[in-house]
Design a protein around this ligand. Structure first.
Ligand code: FNR
Length: 182
């Protein structure tokens, strides 16, 4: 049966590596995968005064998560953790208390960085938050794309065959993981 994957990138900037990694994942998805890219950049900074009654943007955001069979996070690292925009999107959909929509979602995390560490710190922090929120996170294979800026051409196309293989294998495992969790 086909699966809807909600892909959440951690950076919204125009020329982001995030968009290139998202596109690389999209182009290697199976035919039975519907790949929806979330836009988390329009959510305001979380403020508990705004969570109830649920504003329209929160209803929309939660609906996107509810409609997804699984979540794929593509994250850079900001100061050894996840970007504030990503944490903000996670926090919003966990509220109001008792109405967290992340519970039970199969999820996978891919980190990337221009540095040699491949966003290791961000991926570990995201695992911790996602586990707390009740997501079932695929633990293997891990995905840390180091020196990520060197893996794409000037048009944003993936040009590195080992990264391509890495993504294909990651998808295979994630597809199995989704069926296992559901
Ligand atoms: C960074 N960057 C970064 N890189 C890293 O490997 N570890 C880190 O802790 C940080 N910290 C950090 C903080 C802030 C505020 C910024 C703006 C950047 C560099 C980061 O990996 C790089 O800018 C990526 O290109 C960001 O991803 P996008 O926007 O290209 O998708």
């Amino acid at each position: 049966m086909s699966k809807k994957i909600l892909a959440i990138g951690g950076s919204a900037r125009e020329d982001s590596i995030s968009k290139k990694v998202l596109n690389a994942f999209k182009s290697h998805k199976g035919d039975d995968i519907e790949f929806i890219v979330a836009d988390i950049s329009r959510l305001p900074i979380f403020n508990q005064d705004l969570e109830s009654p649920e504003p329209e943007y929160l209803i929309d955001w939660k609906e996107q998560i509810n409609n997804a069979d699984a979540i794929l996070f593509i994250t850079p690292e900001y100061n050894r953790s996840i970007p504030a925009a990503l944490k903000n999107a996670l926090d919003w959909a966990s509220r109001p208390y008792g109405k967290n929509v992340w519970i039970g979602k199969p999820a996978a995390i891919a980190g990337y960085s221009p540095s040699l560490l491949g966003a290791f710190g961000a991926v570990q922090d995201l695992r911790k938050v996602a586990a707390f929120l009740g997501m079932s996170i695929m633990s293997q294979p891990e995905f840390y794309l180091a020196q990520a800026h060197t893996k794409f051409d000037e048009n944003g196309n993936l040009i590195d065959s080992s990264t391509e293989e890495y993504i294909i294998n990651f998808w295979k495992a994630f597809r199995i993981w989704i069926d296992k969790v559901k």
